[in-house]
Design a protein around this ligand. Structure first.
Ligand code: TXA
Ligand code: MG
Length: 352
């Protein structure tokens, strides 16, 4: 299969290009497209054969359900059995935007889309080009992140091409994504609602909107959570991992810098090539084969935006090991730490 790449303006999308992409979706094909968070790999969510192609193209385990993207609240309501008051409140506050709601699925949603669950994850994305694609397709669009399963999520069309060239019909290229980590996933089928995956909408903002909302224990897990406890199937699969082995160093700032350098030196002595994932404040203090910065520790939005891109760049540097500084788990930093800990396979070193 030849994969076509089509440039498109993210705020004023060219309608002929959107129609060409929508035509592919309507015929059951696969289109990678930008959202405000990461690039998604889309198919008609109501067409089981089309959704099956997503799993094949990504090598995605069949029990990992897919988020359904809608262009309106009404469309979300048709896909769900009921929309409780707190879900309505979240839609009104954060949609369109990087927030995914898990609700009871209506009979309209094929089981392959929900990975066999009786719930469905719905999200109305915040980018004009994405909303235009959904509207022109005339169907909700099922879309996981457009990477091969287990790889870091793509924040540019080039990342999508690296993973999926020859496996999908089209890539819509609207430049780098703004948020850089995926949407926050909130389960509203439990009381109180639970955050299954931290993401583009910070926990702090959800707490100020809902009376009660909790973090699922897996969000800041320091170990692999036993499968029986993993409510969101995505929790249990290896995720966000570059080819290199990742070590995360957590603790007090000064102790982190000393420990990161110590670990880097140790591994380089054994002949390994080592990359250090630093921050703006610390980057000049390190020596290694490759040192890359997430940006200032005071700007966790830039850390979120840069994380996946930097993990892929370390692979291009061909480092064997990445030693990564922890960032504060506040605001978007919570999503960054969740991804880093998962990327490391919970290889966490304490520096104190
Ligand atoms: O920002 C995003 O969310 C991106 C863009 C493309 O929208 N999408 C994305 O999809 O990150 P994906 O498939 O990579 O991650 C979806 C997560 C998975 O962890 C999955 O297990 C969970 O959402 N999920 C989907 N449906 C669910 C359901 N019914 N119940 C619980 N978790 C669900
Ligand atoms: Mg993903």
């Amino acid at each position: 299969m030849r994969t076509v790449i089509l440039k498109v303006n993210r705020e004023e999308p060219e309608i002929d290009r959107i129609r060409a992409a929508a035509e592919i979706i309507r015929k059951g094909g696969l289109v990678a497209f930008p959202t405000e968070t990461v690039y998604g790999l889309g198919a008609d969510a109501l067409n089981p054969e089309a959704v099956a192609r997503i799993y094949t193209a990504k090598n995605r385990p069949p029990d990992n359900p897919i988020i359904v993207h809608v262009a309106s609240r009404d469309e979300a309501c048709r896909l769900t059995e009921e929309v409780p008051a707190n879900a309505r409140k979240l839609m009104d506050t954060f949609w369109p935007g990087p927030l995914t709601l898990v609700l009871k699925a209506s009979g309209l949603v094929p089981r392959i889309t929900t990975g066999g669950l009786d719930t469905v994850a719905v999200r109305m994305p915040g980018l004009k080009v994405t909303l235009a694609l959904i509207a022109e397709s005339g169907a909700p669009i099922a879309a996981p992140s457009a990477n091969l399963a287990g790889r870091p999520s793509p924040t540019t069309a080039e990342h999508v091409r690296q993973d999926l060239d020859g496996r999908i019909d089209l890539i819509l290229d609207a430049g780098p994504t703004k948020v850089g980590v995926e949407s926050t996933v909130v389960d509203l089928t439990v009381d109180p609602p639970q955050i299954l995956r931290p993401g583009g909408v910070p926990y702090e903002e959800l707490k100020s909107t809902l009376d009660r909302v909790e973090l699922h224990p897996v969000v800041l897990a320091e170990r692999e959570i036993p499968l029986v406890q993993a409510r969101s199937p995505g929790m249990k699969h290896r995720h966000y991992a570059p080819n290199a082995k990742v070590i995360v160093v957590e603790g007090r700032m000064d102790a982190i810098v000393t420990k990161v350098q110590e670990l880097a030196d140790q591994h380089r002595k054994t002949g390994k090539s080592v990359g250090i994932l630093a921050t703006g404040e610390t980057e000049s203090r390190y020596r290694a084969d490759s040192v890359r910065s997430l940006g200032s520790r005071r700007d966790l939005a830039s850390a979120a935006k840069n994380l996946f891109k930097l993990l892929r760049e370390f692979d291009e540097d061909k480092v064997d090991i990445i030693v990564a500084e922890a960032v504060p788990p506040e605001g978007l930093g919570l999503a960054v730490m969740n991804r880093l800990r998962k990327a490391s396979g919970f290889n966490i070193v304490r520096a104190d």
